[in-house]
Design a protein around this ligand. Structure first.
Ligand code: G3P
Length: 217
């Protein structure tokens, strides 16, 4: 499973990238706003840092304007994935932009039907939002499993990019289901390393090493 980092925070991306944990980056208007930076500048800096796909989202809502914005975003770098929302205008923009050879990430997906439409419109990635379904006491992971089953039934090339990931558990469950990509905030990726028994075991090892005077010099 590819790890994408869901942030526009350059320092956070650099830290995980140094560990080989960054196969791509996703941003959206809220994350760009949080960065306080110009979208074109911060996206260019991310593209220069990361070889994998970098998703940058349009803010227009009408297909023609989405296509114009998408083309502008695609000029930033060769690894741009243009992000469009899962609306009929977004699907129209997806069809045109993907037809021009651009990577397109169709986002704000909350149903298997929406994911089917995105695949038929030529999406490179589909972004189902797990956490926001969980917020409504629905099961976001069930959606990932449904999309995986449907895409595999018909051999769709669209990659499942699990998004709105809130926990390390979401990451492992997405991997078990077979999501192609999971995009998560840096803190969630870092939390994947945490386990109380690891901490406990290490403390015991270090205490015994000190008691025995073990030194590797
Ligand atoms: O990539 C989508 C993600 O940023 C949304 O996450 O936690 O706001 O649902 P969240």
């Amino acid at each position: 499973m590819k790890f994408f980092v869901d942030t526009a925070d350059i320092d956070a991306i650099k830290e995980l990238h140094a560990l080989g944990m960054v196969d791509g980056v996703t941003t959206n208007p809220s994350l760009i706003a949080k960065s306080g930076r110009n979208i074109l500048e911060v996206t260019k800096e991310i593209c220069d840092l990361v070889d994998g796909p970098v998703s940058a989202e349009v803010v227009a809502t009408e297909a023609g304007a989405m296509i114009d914005e998408g083309r502008k975003l695609a000029q930033i770098a060769g690894n741009i994935a243009i992000k469009v929302p899962l609306t009929w205008d977004g699907l129209r923009a997806c069809k045109v932009l993907s037809g021009e050879g651009n990577m397109v990430n169709v986002t704000l997906c909350f149903s298997a039907n929406q994911a089917l439409l995105a695949a038929k419109a030529g999406a490179t990635f589909i972004s189902p939002f797990i956490g926001r379904l969980d917020d409504l006491n629905l099961d976001g992971l069930d959606l990932i499993a449904d999309i995986r089953q449907i895409y595999d039934n018909y051999g769709f090339d669209t990659q499942i990019l699990a998004a709105s990931i809130r926990s390390a558990n979401h990451m492992s469950e997405c991997a078990k289901i077979g999501a192609d990509v999971a995009t998560a905030p840096p803190a969630v990726i870092q939390a994947m390393a945490d386990h109380v028994l690891t901490d406990k075991g290490l403390a015991t090892f270090l205490k015994d090493a000190e008691k025995a005077g073990i030194k590797i010099v």
